[in-house]
Design a protein around this ligand. Sequence first.
Ligand SMILES: Cc1cc2nc3c(=O)[nH]c(=O)nc-3n(C[C@H](O)[C@H](O)[C@H](O)COP(=O)(O)OP(=O)(O)OC[C@H]3O[C@@H](n4cnc5c(N)ncnc54)[C@H](O)[C@@H]3O)c2cc1C
Length: 397
Amino acid sequence: MTNDVAIIGGGIVGLATAHALIEQQPDRRITVLDKERHWGAHQTGHNSGVIHSGLYYPPGSAKARFARAGGEAMYRFCTDHGIPVRRTGKVVVATSIDQLPRLAELQRRGTANGVQVSELDQIGLREREPHVRGVRALLVPDAGITDFAAVSERLAELLAERGVDLRPATELLGVRRDGSDLVLLTDRGEVRTRRAVNCAGLHSDAVAELAGTTPPARVLPFRGEYYETTSFSRDLVNALVYPVPDPAFPFLGVHLTRMIDGSLHVGPNAVPALSREGYRWGSISPSHLQRLATDPGLRVLAKKYWRTGATEIARSALKPLFLRAARTLLPDLRGHHLLRAEAGVRAQAVTPDGTLVDDFLVVEDENWVHVLNAPSPAATASLLIGKDIAARLRSRD
Ligand SMILES: Cc1cc2nc3c(=O)[nH]c(=O)nc-3n(C[C@H](O)[C@H](O)[C@H](O)COP(=O)(O)OP(=O)(O)OC[C@H]3O[C@@H](n4cnc5c(N)ncnc54)[C@H](O)[C@@H]3O)c2cc1C
């Protein structure tokens, strides 16, 4: 049997794409395959769980367009399906006077993106977050928290109910053409399909290559490490507390996140991972190391960011340095409050000239849609990204 669409990757973006496709056309034959035994095993199951509001992104970017509306769609989905979700609001905190111009720029961006955002003085900040220190802050009431792994599990259940062929523990290993069809070669046999969507996250560039496409950017995995606080110290923070981000870097900085289960997470930092799924320093892939050493774009990147990179690596290795960074926001935090928690690895695309791709990146050809950069806020925006991919496929029918 030939499928209409096969989706490689059962993270939140792949599952949301299948969901949008089956909603659009219920009789479509769709397969979703993932190399892992359960859905959302990589980025989707290892993140902060924050529903972003669209504050940070350049007006007009896909991130800006999809984050705000995608966040609202995510709140609705969670509410409709009984998935725990809370619109907690968040504060972005300037800890020194020299950060105020960047805070003001964030407020301008947020307003341009249609995000509700207001200023808090020190008293206002203390009322919301009594233990957080800052000279001024922005309050974004529409940010919130959920569990994206639970969202993915629910999406998979809905897909199964609608007759979608779900194949966990099935890895794509190669692709062959047969007339106008694609034959996907997996470790569990062949899957025949007219179209395919690459939502393979940390492996999306490798999957594009299997499909015969030269990706315009390669994935550079950045590990994000977290500490969890002891249960006695979790009440130091009420909701979500972010620093003012460094505009030269696509990550948001170590933040304080009251997760949906009430735990308080501190992190994530951003250190280069030594393999695509390098959840620990000890997880090393020789082929990935060789790529790091020889890829010209990565060399440019290393030159540009060596100072930030060195600081992040030092903070990763030495807990007191991580603690010191977190204490600029939360002075009452102590070393004995912090316990190492599970890390996540971000799939960050880098172009051959060493530019970190800031926006979502999607590339299409006759048979394929390749999602080559879907970093944060892609979990927030996943339901809209899925609809966008479904619309792209529809326009080719
Ligand atoms: C530390 C961290 C914090 C984050 N915080 C947030 C946040 O608070 N809010 C937010 O909105 N976003 C956040 N993000 C980003 C968000 O998690 C990702 O944007 C989103 O999960 C991407 O989903 P995905 O489906 O594209 O990728 P993934 O979830 O990584 O899914 C890709 C899937 O493809 C499968 N796959 C790969 N290769 C193959 C193959 N050859 N054959 C079969 N299957 C394959 C993998 O097994 C995997 O399940 C964070 C990310 C990280 C890492």
